[in-house]
Write a protein that binds this ligand. Structure first.
Ligand code: PLP
Length: 398
């Protein structure tokens, strides 16, 4: 059996006619820049996230760039973030002449550890004064601990930009009057950034992204930045760029958006199936496999909230990771390592002073984890095969 890491054909098949019709309409309209489909998608995503403003942009990377530019992050500034993420999290900061300041992750959720943020912010007032944004990443489709991060950021007056590229729709429990108040990823901080890269839960047929915000003034600034800082009629107020979302992508995404909840649910079902199969195979008791923890699961069940985790990736911590990856690939199971080299260890930041930085949990996660196929259309038979092959590996078949 072959089990790919991701199979986009399965998702495309039932939507293909509608997508082609929408794309044909865009082409026949000759309206190729922005236009009604981009606006409709922006309104749809803002409503889905229960926030007021959404801005379609050219990619998730550009969403981060536009949000940080909108907040005025620039040369000499610092941005507090995680080193256990996709490159764009750090790249967007560096491209603005600012420097990322990394704190370690929580080993259970793999998300930025609020205790480490608190320590760092309290350590040196002069250093903290240079931090212009906190950039948590909602990794693999589960929100960082925003109930702790938001009050900390507010105490120091630092805006929060959410890298929600992997987490569109993921719900996070904040607290008000002792009761959990659930918010969607991206709609909690000053701005939230989404990616429509094809492998994300909501994926286009190419690049695309979106920034959401509840701050009208920030929205207006980012809207200008999206078109070269133009306030209209070649009146350039700031230096922006060309960060527009393609209407062909918007047309496709508009067809897909109503299906997103079902896809999230199918991914959660697949995660539950893996968890059950791993337990039945004795791999949890042996400690060879640690499945991902849905840290808000119990609270969500009590509140009747579904999307506490959207499993953009299903990432295990395993014993003997590299040999397992090599074995599974030989057995026809598509697996991937997100991310093998932490950001502070990347060659492009050599010489920026991260050599002596030790992020023990980040480095351990990079060495011990592997992502399994989790896409919505995965069948139970495929999952049984994957778990059976992992069992065989730990039985000594290599
Ligand atoms: C995918 C991703 C991005 C970048 O999105 P693109 O659309 O590929 O530019 C940024 N941050 C994280 C965490 C991502 O997973």
């Amino acid at each position: 059996m072959q089990v790919p890491l991701l199979d986009l054909k399965a998702q495309l098949a039932p939507l293909r006619d509608e997508i082609l019709r929408e794309m044909t309409e865009v082409i026949d309209s000759t309206c190729y820049i922005m236009g009604p489909r981009v606006t409709a998608l922006e309104e749809g995503v803002a409503a889905y996230c229960a926030t007021s403003h959404a801005l379609g942009v050219s990619s998730g990377t550009d969403a981060l760039l536009v949000a940080l530019m909108g907040l005025g992050v620039g040369p000499g500034d610092l941005v507090l973030t995680t080193a256990y993420s996709f490159f764009a999290t750090m790249g967007s900061v560096l491209r603005l002449g600012a420097r990322p300041v990394f704190v370690d992750i929580d080993p259970v959720s793999f998300n930025i550890d609020p205790e480490r943020i608190e320590e760092l912010l309290a350590a040196d007032p002069d250093f903290t004064a240079r931090i212009k944004a906190i950039l948590p990443v909602h990794l693999y489709g589960q929100c960082a601990d925003m109930a702790k991060i938001l009050p900390l950021a507010a105490r120091y007056g630092i805006p929060v930009v959410e890298d929600a590229a992997q987490a569109i729709g993921a719900c996070c429990p904040l607290v008000a009057d002792g009761e959990p108040v659930w918010r969607r990823a991206g709609a909690m901080g000053a701005a939230g950034c989404f990616s429509f890269f094809p492998s994300k839960n909501l994926g286009g047929v190419g690049d695309g992204g979106m920034v959401v915000t509840g701050d009208g003034a920030l929205y207006e600034r980012m809207r200008m930045i999206r078109v070269h800082g133009d306030a209209g009629r070649y009146d350039h107020r700031v230096v922006g760029g060309n960060f527009r979302l393609d209407p062909l992508q918007a047309a496709v995404l508009k067809v897909k958006l109503p299906h997103l909840s079902d896809w999230h649910q199918a991914r959660r079902r697949n995660a539950a199936t893996y968890n059950r199969l791993f337990a039945a195979a004795g791999l949890l008791a042996s400690g060879q496999v640690q499945p991902p923890r849905a840290v808000y699961g119990e609270q969500a069940a009590a509140s009747g909230v579904a999307d506490h985790h959207i499993y953009n990736q299903y990432v295990l911590r395993v014993v003997d990771r590299d040999a397992l990856v090599e074995y599974l690939q030989r057995q026809g199971v598509g697996v991937a390592i997100y991310y093998p080299v932490p950001l502070h260890r990347q060659q492009c930041v050599a010489g920026l002073g991260y050599e002596s930085l030790v992020l023990a949990e980040t480095e351990r996660a990079a060495a011990e984890t592997v992502a399994l196929p989790i896409y919505p259309e995965l069948t139970e038979a495929m999952q049984e095969f994957v778990v059976e092959r992992i069992s065989a590996f730990y039985r000594g078949e290599r």
